[in-house]
Design a protein. Structure first.
Length: 344
């Protein structure tokens, strides 16, 4: 009887050992196999998907969710690897992009890295702050529970802004942000970026320019931004405005008329619009407008702080996106007549 029990015990140990060896081998093989991305999970194409790890999710919950979504077939192996690699408690919450070629090892490493999926939103040079806020409001990936309910006074308080208006104070750029970013967080980031860029450029300015502050530079840069159809002309246009300022000439910029008209602008400027004295109409005021008229990029800001050294005092659009620059009114009027005839 004892011999029989001993033989059964040996057999049991052998079977258990073989079973353990099989599972261990199967586990190691599974670690090298790619995960499964279903077409309906796709974010860009059928080889990629988004997966969210929520704050407080335990490794068991993550494994079960991966299994339920059909991404992995053996959740126990995911849990086992996470614990054996000492990463079970290092996984970070967020939304992750999973790729078809990934393995269990890649998944765990990705979740530990915290390299979450980034959405993007582009704020365009030349936009007004109103257009910027509208673009943010339309973006479905941002959380919209705060900024839309704030008036400009409350928004300025949130941003710690001491300027009279927020016009022109958001930096035009392509921003990347993770899931869960709010509209206010986005605006604060864009506002801070503009302050950084303007201050950096102001510190390196040409000391001979007739601008008293970084804010004045931003105001003029916004006009240059709206006047510039070609990037290479920004410095030339800035040079015209800087020389006019030095000579106490009015800037006479059409975009300032348009901004001053607001919703009344219907696509063309009439003589009475030119003659209307608004706070922004630089045909009528002998100074800069009180605020920027649009969002200026770094190139436009740099241009007004390092303007072209030429002699031109006028420019007119040539109908191809560029401008004809002239140094006196006679030549300017000739260029205007030539352009108008070409336009007709």
């Amino acid at each position: 009887m004892i011999k029989t029990l001993f033989k059964l015990f040996i057999l049991l140990i052998s079977v258990t050992g073989l079973s353990a060896a099989w599972y261990w081998n199967d586990y190691n093989i599974y670690l090298t196999q790619p995960i499964n991305i279903k077409v309906e999970q796709s974010v860009v194409d059928k080889t990629q998907a988004l997966f969210t790890v929520k704050k407080g999710d335990l490794v068991a919950h993550i494994a079960d969710k991966l299994h339920q979504q059909g991404i992995i077939s053996r959740p126990f192996y995911f849990r086992l690897y996470a614990r054996l690699s000492d990463n079970a408690n290092k996984i970070k919450a967020g939304e992750y992009r999973l790729k078809e070629a990934m393995t269990i090892v890649d998944l765990v490493n990705l979740f530990v890295s915290g390299k979450v999926y980034q959405y993007s939103l582009t704020i365009v040079e030349g936009w007004t702050s109103k257009e910027t806020l509208q673009a943010i409001a339309k973006n479905s990936q941002l959380l919209h529970s705060e900024a839309e309910a704030l008036d400009e006074t409350a928004l300025k308080k949130y941003l710690h802004s001491e300027y009279a208006s927020l016009e022109g104070l958001f930096y035009p750029d392509t921003y990347f942000f993770p899931q869960g970013t709010s509209d206010l967080q986005f605006l604060k980031r864009s506002y801070g970026k503009m302050q950084q860029v303007v201050n950096e450029e102001w510190q390196k300015r040409d000391k001979n320019i007739p601008l008293k502050s970084a804010y004045e530079a931003l105001i003029l840069a916004s006009i240059v931004e709206k006047e510039s159809g070609i990037s290479s002309e920004r410095s030339k246009i800035a040079g015209v405005f800087i020389r006019r300022m030095k000579k106490k000439m009015r800037l006479q910029s059409d975009p300032t008329i348009i901004y001053g008209m607001g919703v009344r602008y219907k696509g063309n400027i009439r003589r009475r619009d030119i003659n209307e004295k608004t706070a922004y109409n630089t045909y009528q005021i002998s100074r800069l407008p009180p605020t920027p008229i649009a969002l200026a990029g770094r190139e436009a800001i740099h241009a007004v702080l390092h303007p072209d050294k030429g002699k031109s005092l006028y420019f007119v659009a040539d109908g191809t996106g560029g401008h004809v620059f002239t140094g006196n009114l006679k030549d300017h009027n000739r260029a205007v007549r030539k352009y108008l005839l070409k336009k007709k």
